[in-house]
Design a protein around this ligand. Structure first.
Ligand code: NDP
Length: 386
């Protein structure tokens, strides 16, 4: 009997994760069918992808680009929609099995919630969604019996370590961090760094926002919060270790003291594919890891004084409520201003810290509180910078 193909929506198909996901889908035509793809601004690439993959639906979030996409795809039997509500529509299409959330930032929250409401399995790359509203998202997913399958390499590693462990309790997880391009540097050096330096990650080729987050260790902070919600952990069960080679993608320590690690060459296509095929593993021709090429794997403590973002993230996690939402919104503004050369590298953490101190605390926020917190924080962060 012919195997049923998984039908996929990719939110953010034009980004780093989105384009790699398309490579995975193209390499496995017997397993996947692409139903919908979406982008924000990059109409040219979205059109190329639509012509190549022929999904049923294409969405461009920026409504000004609608005409361009519509005219280019008019001859083909592909629906073209625009705007935020169309993004949500792509996330809840009846025929879709899995929604890959590969868009960046807070914009992922609403469509992810809509996909869960509609009962779709989530392959989650968009970590900001769990940072902003982890409790809301995971509670809804439990209620709807929808799996959230991690795409982030560290969380995929933990997920893979937990597979087959059933209810064996976790003592702690150890998230590995490459340390980014500025590992070992002091504040004097960091005051002067430019975006061109921060955009050069030693091990991973990623979108601009996550690359800056990796350089400032905010990415690891966001991942700490993401891990809490994905794996139902207490704050003190999450540890971060710097591992510059990025070969061990993360580890789980169980209550008997045994540690399981997941390893491999840094390549996002593997965790993307695993999230799409779980619980199966599909054969790949990705380059294989050879121990002889890496005679030493090394580990260091993260420098929380220089890279304040990681310390701020742990604090926001401990305080809970709307604090992680504030952290995320302030960081999104700070990163975009750093990329526009309007603030220095270290000032990004200053903006985040001020917002965490100034925006009113809400202990048990609902969806509207998150929307309001995000809005207020963006206004304050922008004022602090201008
Ligand atoms: P990119 O910046 O490369 O791509 C982002 C995608 O989201 C693009 O398709 C972009 O469209 C779309 N997008 C951006 N803003 C909006 C918006 N407001 N509304 C709708 N769509 C939008 O990001 P990455 O692929 O690097 O990262 C995506 C997510 O995955 C992030 O949350 C990141 O933290 C996470 N992640 C990424 C990893 C990586 O290796 N890149 C690793 C682990 C996690 P357009 O192209 O038109 O601008």
């Amino acid at each position: 009997m012919e195997k049923l193909k998984k039908k996929i929506t990719i939110l953010g198909s034009t980004g780093s994760i989105g384009t790699q996901a398309l490579e995975v889908i193209e390499a496995n035509p017997d397993h996947f069918e692409l139903e919908a793809i979406t982008a924000n601004e990059n109409a040219d690439l979205l059109i190329k992808q639509a012509i190549r993959f022929k999904p049923n639906l294409v969405v461009i979030a920026n409504e000004d680009k609608y005409q361009q996409v519509f005219e280019a795809l008019d001859r083909l039997d592909i629906k073209v929609y625009a705007g935020e509500s169309a993004l949500c529509h792509a996330a809840e299409l009846e025929e879709v099995d899995v929604v890959l959330t590969a868009l960046v930032g807070y914009a992922g929250l609403k469509p992810t919630l809509r996909a869960i409401e509609a009962g779709k399995a989530i392959a989650l790359a968009n970590k900001e969604t769990l940072v902003v509203a982890g409790e809301l998202v995971t509670t809804l997913a439990k209620k709807k019996r929808v799996p959230i399958l991690p795409v982030d390499s560290e969380h995929s590693a933990i997920f893979q370590c937990l597979t087959g462990e059933f209810d064996n309790p976790i003592e702690k997880i150890i998230l590995t961090a490459s340390g980014g391009p500025f590992r070992g540097k002091g504040r004097g050096f960091l005051t002067r760094v430019k975006k061109e330096q921060a955009l050069k990650h030693p091990n991973w080729d990623m979108g601009a926002k996550i690359t800056i987050d990796s350089a400032s260790l905010m990415n690891k902070g966001l991942e700490v919060i993401e891990a809490k919600w994905l794996f139902g952990l207490r704050d003190e069960q999450i540890e971060v270790v710097v591992h510059p080679q990025s070969i061990i993608h993360s580890m789980v320590q169980f209550e008997d003291g045994s540690i399981k690690a997941q390893m491999g060459l840094p390549d996002m296509k593997l965790p993307i594919q695993y999230a799409l095929t779980y619980p199966e593993r599909l054969k790949t021709n990705f380059p294989r890891f050879d121990f002889m090429d890496y005679p030493s794997l090394t580990f260091e403590k993260p420098d929380l004084e220089t890279f304040k973002n990681l310390a701020l993230s742990f604090e926001a996690l401990k305080k809970g409520g709307n604090q992680p939402c504030i952290l995320n919104a302030a960081n999104e503004i700070a990163v975009s201003k750093f990329l526009e050369d309007q603030i220095g590298f270290l000032e990004m953490s200053d903006v985040v810290e001020s917002c965490l101190n100034k925006i009113s605390y809400i202990s048990t926020p609902n969806f509207d509180d998150y929307v309001e917190t995000d809005k207020e924080t963006r206004i304050l962060a922008t004022e602090l910078i201008n």
